[in-house]
Ligand binder design. Structure first.
Ligand code: FES
Ligand code: FE
Length: 382
């Protein structure tokens, strides 16, 4: 897949079926999304004991509940009796128990089976064997992360190597994401495969063509090489006339508390496979969550995160800052949608130019994850 094509500087793109074929989408679900830690939303939405959220992960429905002891538990939204879904609301509060509406089996907030009608007739019903199926849950960056694979390693084993490769030690920590508040959230419904959205985020060959606003702020992106495709550990610098990462180019908010003057004019973008993209700029962070809904449909939810004290100040207004990425997102997603339509053609066969060769790293990781190994070795790292 990553072997050289006729021209030595062009590498073959993944065939279109990886983006359009329902069977491959199922493979992605089974091999990647059912086995990885997935960022599913803010953890602070579940601050009160008894609060719950229902989260759909592919075919599975998960309940995340804050227990009376303050601990978060997650389990499948699936009654152990005959499989009724326990909750159909997106969120809410349980009093003391979770009761199935069908035959009234009831469970504790920690998932244990507490009682079932006529239990005396069923000496074989050992309560400990019929608790709700647990789902692994962790909190990181102020977000809730779930993993449907009971055998999975800890979240750190998934994200730390990616952070070390892209940012190096301590950079992400300085942004203090877990302490930030959400100033705005936008949901984008994108008619494109999840992989296209990640690949588009990794390359900047398109930046000069479709992102006039972004390249006005980050002029080096006009070269076709961005912070990921160029492996720039130091981030990209703002244009000389630009003071902040906003549509107007003005710095609208003070820098985040953990940052120093050397961070003032820097932009970082990074991918945390499989479903998170992060953008770090001096006064805010944008966290993207990808939710694959079908081979050609992905929901992308973007949170804009600011310092809570700044947000509480008089006249806080993030409109200018949000507008720059929002415009850029719409340009990107429109391009991904156009590719998705083209990839359905029997004639489709794409190539990666040198500025896009970084995408072959993603191909190699992706193909290994679904159990297919690329024919050639991934791009040599320069
Ligand atoms: Fe839940 Fe019967 S299906 S109690
Ligand atoms: Fe882009």
């Amino acid at each position: 897949m990553t072997s050289m094509t006729g021209a030595a500087n062009l590498l073959a793109a993944l065939p279109g079926r990886y983006y359009t074929d329902p069977a491959i989408f199922e493979l992605d679900e089974r091999q990647i999304f059912r086995r990885s830690w997935l960022c599913v939303g803010r953890a602070d939405a579940l601050s009160e004991p008894g609060r719950y959220r229902r989260i759909e992960l592919g075919e599975e429905s998960v309940l995340v509940v804050r227990g009376r002891d303050g601990e978060l538990s997650a389990f499948l939204n699936l009654c152990r009796h005959r499989g009724a879904q326990l909750c159909s609301e997106e969120s809410g509060s349980f009093s003391r128990t979770i009761r199935c509406a069908y035959h009234s089996w009831s469970y504790g907030l920690d998932g244990r089976l507490l009682a079932a009608p006529n239990m005396r007739d069923m000496p074989d019903l050992v309560r400990a064997d019929y608790g709700l199926h647990p789902v692994r849950a962790e909190q990181w960056l102020g977000y809730l992360w779930l993993n449907l694979d009971p055998e999975a390693q800890q979240l750190a084993a998934q994200v730390e190597p990616q952070l070390a490769e892209r940012l190096g030690d301590g950079v992400l920590e300085r942004y203090g994401i877990e302490r930030l508040g959400v100033a705005a959230t936008i949901d984008y419904s994108v008619a494109a495969n999840w992989k296209s959205i990640i690949e588009n985020f990794m390359e900047c060959y398109h930046c000069a063509s479709i992102h006039p606003e972004l390249t006005a702020a980050l002029p080096q992106f006009r070269s076709g090489y961005g912070t990921i495709s160029d492996g720039m550990a130091a981030g990209a610098s703002f244009a000389e006339h630009v003071d902040g990462f906003s549509l107007s180019g003005r710095a609208t908010h003070p820098r985040l508390p953990g940052l120093g003057p050397s961070d003032d004019r820097l932009f970082y973008g990074l991918v945390l496979r499989p479903n998170v993209l992060l953008i770090l700029v001096p006064d805010h962070v944008a966290l993207y969550r990808l939710e694959p809904l079908g081979p050609g449909h992905t929901r992308v939810t973007v949170d804009w995160l600011f310092d809570r004290d700044t947000m509480a100040g008089d006249g806080f207004d993030a409109t200018d800052a949000i507008a720059l990425l929002d415009i850029t997102n719409r340009q990107d997603f429109d391009a991904c949608e156009r590719c998705q339509r083209g990839m359905r053609s029997a004639a489709y066969s794409g190539v990666l130019v040198p500025a896009e060769h970084v995408i072959t790293d993603f191909y190699a990781q992706y193909l290994a994850a679904i159990g297919e190994h690329p024919a050639g070795s991934p791009r040599e790292r320069g």
